[in-house]
Design a protein around this ligand. Structure first.
Ligand code: NAD
Ligand code: UDP
Ligand code: UDP
Length: 458
């Protein structure tokens, strides 16, 4: 049996009303208790409201006034006993009513679970055009936006994620959709499924996250990538590896073209990630050469947007959260180091274009507008509009000093370049974090659901 939400609300209200009527009848509706109520009322004319209510909820009897007015100790004692008993009965009935309301609420929740969910309106693709696409790390920040894009296009999307830094709620608006599947899977272990394309994004991306367990970061980027390349080889799927600007390390060429080999400390704190990604790239081209696997390598530069983790620790989320709470904005080092920030929808467009292209060499995907971290702190503080001070903390080890992508390859081969200006992207991101900070329980949703294809294309 299927109920509409409105019907169920009516059912719930009806249920609650019935329970309350039963309780009221039991407490005050029966002739005996009516008599008693009247007796109390006439004894307590002046205190009818306060005295009665307090007694009813067990706070205090209207004791002294009853004693004063009756002038008969025996009758008073009897009445007090009667009152005590009645109070106990009412308390029991109240508990019983609460229990029944709780049961009704559970029933409603269960029935609500059976209502077919409403999903964003995805394009219908016929069997020939619909692809089966695996996204590893699809419950993370970038992955979940890619899920939205590919779902809206009408493809079948399978997410494999171990939820190390990702969250089910990033993709919960697709749970139950016939084109969507979420697998709780650690990519370090083999995965046997049948797919046409693989976007391999599984890996922590923020420095505090990837430094948290460096061995696991290396395993995810090496063993995990081998597994994805093995899967691609077995099923003949195209695979796109999410690499990073970190393969350039602390670069001594500026801006960084794909032909630059990089300047990475192989044993520094960032090495687990930087070298992990470099091996991932090496593995991709080894599988391409030896096993004819069709690979794409995206070198992703700093990306920001809604659904970044509150605990992410990267500069965009840190600064916004600090500014929203009027806390000091923590600049590591002098703030003269630079970064170039791209909004997440631009990155998604770039990855999809790269997957669709015939271009197999690495491609930088990033926004070439470069800013110092000091400038960035000021932009965020001003846009949020708070009173935060910008403070300088000790610099972090091996922090790349300048970073800006040379995107001529992406322009030439993918006809791609970022479209979202920083200010516009920040509005959406700040709004997202504002809602995140306001959340105090799980029913307060903040899931950034795509509504129409036009929205996604903005
Ligand atoms: P994220 O931490 O939000 O997402 C990573 C996802 O991978 C999470 O859902 C996490 O749970 C999952 N994951 C981690 N280890 C896994 C494992 N062993 N098995 C299965 N799932 C695992 O990070 P993000 O910013 O969305 O980054 C996504 C990808 O893009 C990463 O590969 C990252 O290296 C790359 N990248 C991102 C940026 C950026 O600025 N966001 C920059 C360069 C590269
Ligand atoms: N693999 C996987 N899914 C597949 C096929 C392979 O996870 O559908 C894994 C497999 O377990 C292996 C890795 O990918 O560890 C590399 O596969 P490949 O065929 O290259 O190596 P081999 O199996 O010969 O060691
Ligand atoms: N950073 C900062 N304050 C923070 C977080 C980061 O000044 O609270 C700096 C960091 O030292 C680096 C830049 O911002 O120079 C970008 O750091 P992030 O961790 O976002 O990414 P990275 O590009 O280093 O991977």
């Amino acid at each position: 049996m299927v109920f509409s939400k409105r019907k169920m609300k009516q059912l719930f209200a009806f249920g609650v009303a019935i329970v309350l009527v039963i309780c009221l009848y039991k407490s005050w509706g029966s002739p005996a208790s009516a008599k008693l109520s009247l007796a109390i009322a006439s004894d307590n004319d002046n205190e009818l409201e306060g005295g009665f209510d307090r007694g009813r909820f067990g706070a205090r009897h209207p004791e002294p006034r009853v004693a004063e007015q009756s002038r008969d100790g025996g009758v008073v004692a009897d009445r007090r006993e009667e009152l005590d008993k009645e109070q106990d009965t009412r308390m029991n009935e109240l508990h019983e009513a609460k229990k029944q309301i709780l049961q009704l609420e559970r029933k409603i929740q269960e029935l609500e679970g059976r209502i077919p969910r409403k999903y964003p309106d995805v394009t219908f693709l016929n069997y020939k055009n619909r692809k089966r696409i695996l996204i590893t790390g699809g419950a993370g920040f970038v992955g979940s936006h890619l899920v939205d894009y590919l779902m809206m296009q009408g493809h079948e999307v399978i997410v494999a994620d171990n939820f190390f830094t990702g969250r089910k709620r990033n993709v919960e608006h697709w749970l139950g959709h016939e084109n969507f599947e979420l697998i709780h899977h650690d990519i370090v272990n083999p995965l046997f499924i049948e797919v046409d394309e693989i976007y391999h994004l599984a890996s922590p991306a923020s420095p505090p996250h990837y430094m948290y367990n460096p061995v696991k970061t290396i395993k995810t980027n090496t063993l995990g990538t081998i597994n994805m390349l093995g899967l691609a080889k077995r099923v003949g799927a195209k695979v796109l590896i999410a690499s990073t600007s970190e393969v350039y390390g602390d670069p001594d060429v500026h801006p960084q073209p794909e032909t630059y080999w990089g300047h990475v400390n192989p044993i520094g704190p960032r090495a687990c990630y930087d070298e992990g990604k470099r091996v991932a790239e090496t593995l991709s081209y080894a599988y391409a050469k030896q096993e004819n696997v069709n690979v794409r390598v995206a070198r992703i530069f700093n990306t920001y947007g809604p659904r970044m983790h509150m605990n992410d620790g990267r500069v965009v989320s840190n600064f916004i959260i600090q500014a929203l709470q009027n806390q000091s904005i923590t600049m590591y080092g002098s703030g003269k180091q630079t970064r170039s920030f791209q909004y997440v929808s631009d990155l998604v467009d770039g990855m999809v274009a790269l997957m669709a292209s015939n271009y197999t060499q690495p491609v930088n995907l990033g926004n070439p507008v470069e800013r110092t971290i000091q400038e960035f702190a000021e932009i965020i503080r001003d846009q949020v509009g708070g009173r935060s001070k910008i403070i300088e903390l000790p610099a972090v080890e091996d922090d790349p000093q300048r970073r800006k992508p040379d995107i001529s390859r992406a322009k030439k081969y993918l006809n791609w370049e970022p479209r979202v200006p920083l200010k516009e992207g920040l509005i959406k991101t700040i709004e997202y974090f504002r809602k995140e900070l306001a959340r105090s329980n799980h029913s307060q949703r903040n899931i950034f659901v795509p509504e129409t294809t036009e929205n996604l294309e903005k």
